[in-house]
Ligand binder design. Structure first.
Ligand SMILES: Nc1ncnc2c1ncn2[C@@H]1O[C@H](COP(=O)(O)OP(=O)(O)O)[C@@H](O)[C@H]1O
Ligand SMILES: [Mg+2]
Length: 205
């Protein structure tokens, strides 16, 4: 479980970012990529990817946040590259969490290094968590590398329909009945689905 690539989906305000950041606190080494450039609760926060890559290289345990609100399209992949490289060189597992990946990478282009790294993660000890309002906004190549989908509430009938198509009627029914901040964990291979209560993270902003 802990080393899987994950995808988090759900409407704005459904609790994706909160849950991802709360779960990330259980990791020893992680980088959170923040498209809102507002998260300031982590030990290292910077707009300079080289500084964050330096943190990945230097420290045995760390939580770091890269602000990317000012970047667009290809600039985004370029910014990630030194961080991915540092994470792959590290002998320990590193989790890279990319929030609003569908917004940051419109057109689904320019993701080659990310797709390659997600595919090779088991070897290089890097796992990815992709967060997006809609799973269709995450490229098919990235989605294919995710062992689990964390589904939060959605207002989109099309999203429910897609879950039904991909994972069956029961998963879709559970999704349409989800209370606030609850989520489903769907195993993308076995389609096994489990309902989870909201994550408790005392003191998290
Ligand atoms: N598990 C939770 N427990 C308590 N409050 C939560 C929880 N999940 C979300 N919230 C509240 O809902 C707000 C929106 O959640 P957020 O994770 O930012 O949504 P999303 O990323 O899906 O748009 C958060 O700022 C927080 O106040
Ligand atoms: Mg969010």
């Amino acid at each position: 479980m802990s080393r899987s690539n994950l995808i988090f989906t759900g409407a704005r305000g459904s609790g994706k970012s909160y849950a991802a950041r709360a779960l990330a606190r259980r990791r020893e080494c992680y980088v959170y990529v923040d498209p809102t450039s507002t998260v300031s609760s982590m030990t290292y926060t910077d707009t300079d990817p080289r500084k964050i890559a330096g943190v990945v290289e230097k420290y045995n345990t760390f939580d770091a946040c890269l602000w990317v609100g000012h970047l667009q399209g290809p600039e985004f992949e370029e910014a990630l590259r030194p961080i991915i490289a540092a994470a792959e060189r590290k002998k320990k597992w590193v989790t890279i969490i990319i929030d609003e990946v569908g917004v940051i990478t419109p057109g689904r282009a320019q993701l080659d290094s990310l797709e390659r790294s997600a595919r090779m993660g088991r070897h290089s000890k890097v796992s990815y968590w992709f967060i997006s309002q809609r799973s269709v906004d995450v490229s098919q190549n990235l989605r294919a590398q995710c062992e689990r989908q964390f589904c939060f509430r959605t207002g989109s009938a099309r999203d429910v329909e897609q879950i039904k198509r991909d994972y069956g009627k029961e998963a879709a029914e559970s999704l349409s009945r989800l209370p606030p901040h609850h989520y489903l964990i769907i195993d993308t291979q076995t389609r096994e689905t489990s309902l989870r209560a909201p994550i408790k993270a005392p003191g998290m902003a």
